[in-house]
Design a protein around this ligand. Structure first.
Ligand code: HEM
Length: 376
């Protein structure tokens, strides 16, 4: 399935071919679904998990394999609960003014021609998650490269650079953990360090939670911002409407997440024999949940291929997944997206594409690595 999707900058025609085979199809020994209701149902069905029924991890482990993203209950529940307070809507709202400042500063620094990804869409979420985690003097370029290496590993591509990059990031977190043990602060690392002292999680779990929060915090949001600005510039009427009413920034976020989501797919494994739509899924069978295809399910969204800010977003798109793994950072990502889009509409009304976009070479996380733009 991944092979079939590889090498396509535009995977939607492939999704349509898979959709034509029915709501639940089998391809090369793996199940796949493009149906919004079925993706949602499987994500909420506790008979499916992210590991095999015996708890082992499928495939080659990557750096976040030990984190709660890749764990089933009860470990998932225990670790997610420890990280949740840092992402409460109240906490996130307190960050809004600071995110606005970062967005304005980045646009102040950008020249007449700049790269929307490397100069704006990437540094913004990196600055935000670094501050939230209490990482001083974060090296934006270094983190962005690291994020890309980790994202590639989700596709099963392991660059030879990944081990060195992992070592550097673990060394950084080990140093910060030691500092917070000596001088606790009011940040996520301090609260997780306190939990570790109370034996609520182990040191390896602490490290993998921090790596997950760091990577999940920017590797996806960069694509929300990049994909959204590109969608606006490619749809002049929608762009004009947004500039006239910048308060519809929330609709830009939701329609971008539906129409061009950063995460295109996830997988689940059956923990027992399950019959769905008259098909027998055996224990330990894997199911590809094609989130991006489900977000364009014609049974749910009229004219699904149209980017339309006025669209009624019901039911909610699946860009943040569903069920127990529903994105912990959804409120933060939505706020960052709103701030980023509004700043562009207010400050760069004549923005236009100034060169060819460079696409990520990835099947799971979709977006651009470069997008040259001009202010006039
Ligand atoms: C537009 C931006 C974002 C998108 C599209 C996104 C998407 C997702 C998706 C699809 C999942 C679930 C994957 C699955 O079910 O297998 C997820 C989980 C997660 N996300 Fe996000 N995410 C975004 C931003 C963020 C941010 C800013 C954070 C902040 C740290 C974050 C933290 C997490 C965490 C911790 C999980 C694991 C949740 C769990 O396993 O219980 N995400 N995200």
């Amino acid at each position: 399935m991944l092979e079939q999707l590889n090498g396509h900058d535009d995977p939607y025609p492939v999704y349509d071919q898979i959709r034509a085979q029915g709501a639940l199809t089998r391809d090369g020994g793996l199940w796949a679904t493009t149906s919004h209701s079925l993706v949602n149902k499987i994500l909420r069905d506790r008979r499916f998990g992210v590991r095999y029924a015996n708890g082992t991890y499928p495939g080659t482990p990557n750096v976040v394999s030990g984190s709660f993203l890749e764990l089933d209950p009860p470990d998932h529940t225990r670790l997610r609960r420890l990280a949740t307070p840092a992402f409460s809507p109240k906490k996130i709202d307190e960050y809004r003014a600071r995110v606005e400042k970062v967005a304005d500063a980045l646009l102040d620094q950008a020249g007449d021609e700049f790269d929307l990804i490397t100069d704006y869409a990437a540094p913004l979420p990196i600055a935000v998650i670094s501050e939230l985690l209490g990482i001083p003097d974060a090296d934006t370029g270094d983190f962005a490269n690291y994020g890309r290496l980790v994202a590639q590993s989700f596709d099963g591509h392991f660059s030879p650079d990944i081990d060195r990059a992992n070592e550097r990031i673990f060394a950084l977190f080990e140093r910060l953990i030691a500092e917070r043990r000596a001088r606790p602060g009011d940040d996520v690392i301090s609260s997780l360090v306190a939990a570790e002292a109370e034996q609520k999680l182990t040191v390896p779990e602490l490290l993998s939670t921090l790596v997950l929060l760091l990577i999940a915090g920017f590797e996806t949001t960069v694509n929300l911002i990049g994909n959204g600005v590109r969608a606006l510039l490619d749809h002049p009427k929608q762009w004009a409407f947004f500039k006239a009413y910048p308060d519809v920034a929330g609709a830009v976020v939701e329609e971008t997440l539906r129409w061009a989501p950063p995460v295109h797919l996830t997988t689940r494994l059956a923990h027992e024999q399950i019959t769905l739509l008259d098909k027998d899924i055996r224990a330990d069978d894997g199911v590809y949940l094609l989130i991006a295809a489900a977000n364009r399910d014609p049974e749910v969204y009229p004219e699904p291929d149209r980017f339309d800010l006025m669209r009624v977003q019901k039911p909610e798109h699946l860009a943040f997944s569903s069920g127990i793994h529903y994105c912990l950072g959804a409120t933060l990502a939505r706020m960052e997206g709103e701030v980023a889009f509004r700043a562009v509409a207010r400050r760069l009304p004549d923005l236009r594409q100034a060169g060819p976009a460079g696409h990520r070479d990835s099947v799971v996380i979709r977006g651009m690595v470069s997008y040259p733009v001009s202010r006039s």
